[in-house]
Design a protein around this ligand. Structure first.
Ligand code: TIU
Length: 223
């Protein structure tokens, strides 16, 4: 077992039964000129997660962890897009519309792709999810069960939306989740901070929070 200092108390995990889950590190959320930026958000708040997430990703690959990437998006015909989600916000350019990097949150479009810095390897499952949570309407639960995964190391964006929803879904399914504080980001710093506190509050009501450095150290034991 690897054991690291975390909030609210130490997090113990067996790397053989642990997956790294990287949530929605897509061009439309992180790149200047994408959907998030077009909505007036400061993508710099999100981009600070790229370097630490890449370091965790490389350590997870070295350690042989199951690595799973997710993308939020919809079929090109939008048949899996709830009308409520499409209508929400009365956006002038919304989901399914042509945006700065192709049709927004539509699978196969440039903006839907994972940023090149964190691109998946061919053997790493990519979960295409229509919702905020990675379990809803996907085969993530089956993939984790087939590998006897019990613990999740969670990175990605945004802290209070897709990361939170996924961690809550995972927690209710019996997974132990460690959220890596420097590897998750939000357009809203106060939501990010509160989101992390909410994970670890009440004795770890949804899971644990720790920075990436001790996780990388635990995955890379000294020779
Ligand atoms: N991936 C994810 O969090 N999707 C969002 O829509 N996030 C927002 O914060 N809007």
């Amino acid at each position: 077992m690897a054991v690291i200092a975390a909030d609210p108390y130490e997090f113990a995990f067996d790397p053989a039964h642990t997956a790294l889950v990287i949530i929605d590190m897509q061009r439309d959320f992180l790149e200047p000129g994408g959907f998030g930026a077009a909505l007036g958000n400061d993508v710099a708040l999100m981009r600070r997660t790229i370097a630490p997430t890449r370091a965790v990703l490389e350590a997870a690959r070295r350690a042989g962890l199951l690595v799973i990437h997710t993308r939020e998006g919809h079929r090109p015909d939008l048949t899996d897009l709830p009308p409520s989600k499409r209508a929400r916000g009365h956006l002038p350019v919304g989901i399914g519309d042509r945006g700065p990097m192709g049709r927004i949150l539509v699978r196969g479009e440039p903006g839907h792709a994972i940023i090149p810095e964190l691109g998946p390897l061919p053997a790493e499952p990519v979960i295409d999810k229509p919702g905020k949570g990675a379990f809803h309407a996907t085969d993530l639960a089956a993939i984790l069960a087939n590998r006897a995964i019990r613990s999740l190391l969670v990175c990605g964006v945004t802290t209070e939306v897709c990361v939170h929803t996924t961690v809550r879904e995972a927690n209710d399914r019996g997974f132990e989740c460690l959220v890596l504080s420097d590897c998750v980001g939000s357009y809203f710093p106060d939501f990010h901070a509160a989101g992390l506190r909410m994970i670890a509050a009440q004795g770890g009501i949804f899971g644990w929070v720790a920075p990436s450095a001790p996780v990388i150290a635990a995955l890379d034991p000294p020779p």
